[in-house]
Design a protein around this ligand. Sequence first.
Ligand SMILES: Cc1cc2nc3c(=O)[nH]c(=O)nc-3n(C[C@H](O)[C@H](O)[C@H](O)COP(=O)(O)OP(=O)(O)OC[C@H]3O[C@@H](n4cnc5c(N)ncnc54)[C@H](O)[C@@H]3O)c2cc1C
Length: 263
Amino acid sequence: MQIRKVNFSKFSSIRIGGEKEVYIINSPDEVDRLPPDTKIVGGANNLLISPSSKIPLGQLSKNFDYIKISPPYLHIGGATPNGKIFNFTKYHNIAGFEFFQHLPSTLGGAIKMNAGLKEYEIFNNLVAIRTERGWIDKENIEYSYRSTNIEGVIFEAKFKLIQGFQSHLVSIFQTMRSNQPKEPSLGSTFKNPKEAPAGKLLEQVKLKGFRVGNMAFSLKHANFLINLGGGKFSEAVELIEIAEKRVLEEFGIELEREIEIIY
Ligand SMILES: Cc1cc2nc3c(=O)[nH]c(=O)nc-3n(C[C@H](O)[C@H](O)[C@H](O)COP(=O)(O)OP(=O)(O)OC[C@H]3O[C@@H](n4cnc5c(N)ncnc54)[C@H](O)[C@@H]3O)c2cc1C
């Protein structure tokens, strides 16, 4: 099986992880040949990876980077970057992917995380996904806010083909993202508990701008853990654990991580 070296300190959006060997998956039948418990990596925009982790990693090859219009559906490969999907759907006047601008992801990662912005979620127009076990209809997948029960590798997905790209949504989403920091991050660190937005809770326990080494909760948006340059995995984990402890002690709320840590 093909193996590629990936430097996660450059590749991951938070610029942490060091160099690792990654199995490149060229077809669904190769999944059986992956070591047990291989973790699939998309664009590593939601993964905090320990440089010393021994967990095997796998990634889809470019064979799964495609978009095909096939009425009444739109077929998209699991390795297709969101930016490409946004540009394609804008060009072809297709609705439903307007929120993909500035949402760094591959399609597989976005589906697994049920990525979105407020009520605009990738599952809204999803019809089915294709894994190594074949096609699975949306009705047979459990999904909720930033979470799904999908097991296996997402090679492709099928969406309703809806005409009418909605430009006005793009500017609304741009305004919604205007408080996001520019430094390397993984987006929101914690899911928003029903009681209050995670960023507000972090602010209230005095963690906005709080720094350990070269990692910090952003002054611009406390729920973004940012790398100030050369930040370490251990510093990021320390900050996450401090936040969880303080919010629990102060408000009795157990923060749930939106990012995934690979120890
Ligand atoms: C600046 C910034 C802004 C962000 N804003 C948002 C936002 O507005 N909304 C939002 O929801 N998220 C946001 N995020 C988080 C991130 O963009 C999403 O979680 C995204 O969906 C991750 O996609 P990825 O391809 O990078 O997946 P990864 O981070 O590589 O992986 C995420 C999860 O998906 C799994 N996975 C990846 N590919 C596959 C596949 N082909 N098959 C099966 N499982 C797979 C991984 O195993 C892992 O569990 C933001 C991140 C950043 C850095």
